[in-house]
Design a protein around this ligand. Structure first.
Ligand code: PMP
Length: 440
């Protein structure tokens, strides 16, 4: 497969070679794994990407998840262009699109009566930690092991392994880690024990979960798990925070909270909330808790400070508002979900036909395809670090094989479908997966 890249991606190779001189590691983000070198993409539309050398790819990365309508969706782009011709991307003043976006989110999610737009999912999580601490007056935060909540000190995964030299613990002081504890996925007894233990030292401010399970369901949540975590939070007075950076509007307009029928105290947003445009993040909740972010400059007590120069910029809000309205009108989450079902069923049939030791399953438009073994890595496993190296290498190899067959995936192990992934597109993809699987 490397030979394919050598023959067909000379332009990308040249860009990547130059990037290595000016950008650490040669890439600004690493979602696609970029073996043997990153592709320089010049055009995106619906389910397709084109690189600088003119190769077309079926796109299941979908920018990492924000594009349930498909990439570069025309009607949203037109609204953004209108805005740019008017006030430009940002003024620092109020814009009606901020209000329309917040109101629309409230229509979809009754638990979110107030919404604060921020610049990324990571920022949303940081804000949620702060609001929860300010509101409850408590310091401890609990998260589920393996869950990804962005890269802030408080919640980056790998928490239990400071000093091991692991990527996720490097540069984070012990003090920052001490107030955040991890529990194993699905271990409700462990969660209770943790909540009880924290009572000794002031109690737990919040429990953070990815409502489909850690890492977008790499450890799949059990059907009643969110409801039981809700009960435990109520019992101990901790806020339940749903990190819906991936799931909000992708699982349905009501997000995972609508899907599971569980009402969180705080919801973290990212990705879809800016309709596939940059600066996508936010936090929402009920009036009382979100009241922590209110108050004039003289307010004292519980008021917490969050914000930023580009938070709630009109560009992100216009894109977010029109994308969400369009997703609601078209039923995009359900259409994307059916594409995910079709893709997953086809992949399962291929895995069975070639008797491969792979696993595939989907939660609507979030499709998992684990081809590299060692699926349920646990931080408690003494082999954690020895397993991780070969796994990453295998993921890189699979990712490269898929790309050479014209399939862009999320790090070779996950795929997002969108409304643009028609039956024809999915069947085309399956034919390409067939060619990879026949070779491996
Ligand atoms: N939470 C979850 C569940 C995520 O998947 C991500 C990003 N993939 C984040 C938070 C961080 O969001 P961002 O990359 O916008 O900072």
């Amino acid at each position: 497969y490397r030979a394919w890249f050598e023959k067909h991606t000379a332009g990308s190779r040249a860009t990547a070679a130059e990037a290595a001189a000016y950008i650490p590691g040669g890439v600004q983000h690493n979602l696609a794994l970029n073996e043997p070198w990153p592709l320089d993409v010049v055009r995106a539309e619906g389910p397709y990407l084109w690189d600088v050398d003119g190769n077309r790819y079926l796109d299941f990365l979908q920018a990492g998840g924000p594009t349930v309508l498909g990439s570069n969706y025309g009607p949203v782009r037109e609204k953004v262009a209108e805005l740019l011709a008017g006030c430009g991307p940002v003024t620092g003043m109020l814009h009606s699109s901020e209000v329309r976006l917040a109101k629309l989110i409230h229509d979809f999610m009754p638990a979110v009566s107030k919404f604060r737009m921020l610049g990324s999912g990571t920022e949303g999580v940081m804000a949620a930690v702060r609001v929860a601490r300010a509101y409850t007056g408590r310091a401890h935060v609990i998260k589920v092991g393996g869950a990804y909540h962005g890269w802030s000190d408080q919640v980056v995964y790998g928490l239990r392994i400071p000093g091991t030299g692991s990527l996720e613990a490097t540069g984070i002081p012990e003090g920052a880690l001490r107030l955040t504890q991890e529990v194993a996925p699905g271990d409700l007894d462990g969660l209770r024990e943790r909540l009880v233990a924290n009572e000794e030292t002031g109690g737990t401010a919040a429990v953070f979960v990815e409502p489909v399970g850690p890492e977008s369901g790499t450890h799949l949540v059990r059907p009643d798990e969110n409801a039981r975590i809700r009960e435990l939070c109520d019992e101990f007075g901790a806020l339940l925070v749903f990190d819906e950076v991936v799931t909000a509007f992708r699982l349905g307009m009501g997000g995972a909270q609508g899907h599971f029928g569980v009402r969180p105290d705080l919801t973290v947003f990212g990705k879809c909330v800016a309709g596939g445009y940059p600066a996508a993040g936010g936090i929402g909740g009920g009036d009382e808790i979100m009241g922590v972010l209110e108050g004039g400059l003289t307010a004292v007590g519980k008021r917490a400070f969050v914000g930023g120069t580009l938070s709630a910029n009109p560009l992100s809000c216009v894109a977010g508002y029109h994308a969400l309205a369009e997703m609601d009108r078209t039923g995009a989450p359900a259409i994307a979900g059916r594409a995910g079902d079709r893709l997953c069923a086809g992949l399962a049939a291929l895995i069975a036909r070639y008797e491969l030791p792979y696993v595939t399953y989907n939660i609507g438009s979030i499709v998992h395809l684990h081809t590299s073994g060692v699926l349920h890595l646990s931080l408690d496993d003494p082999d954690f670090f020895t397993e991780l190296g070969p796994r990453t290498e295998m993921l890189g190899q699979m990712s490269m094989a898929f790309s050479a067959e014209g399939l862009i995936t999320i790090a070779g192990s996950r795929l997002y479908t969108s409304m643009a992934h028609t039956d024809e597109v999915v069947d085309d993809a399956l034919a390409r997966f067939d060619r990879v699987f026949a070779r491996v």
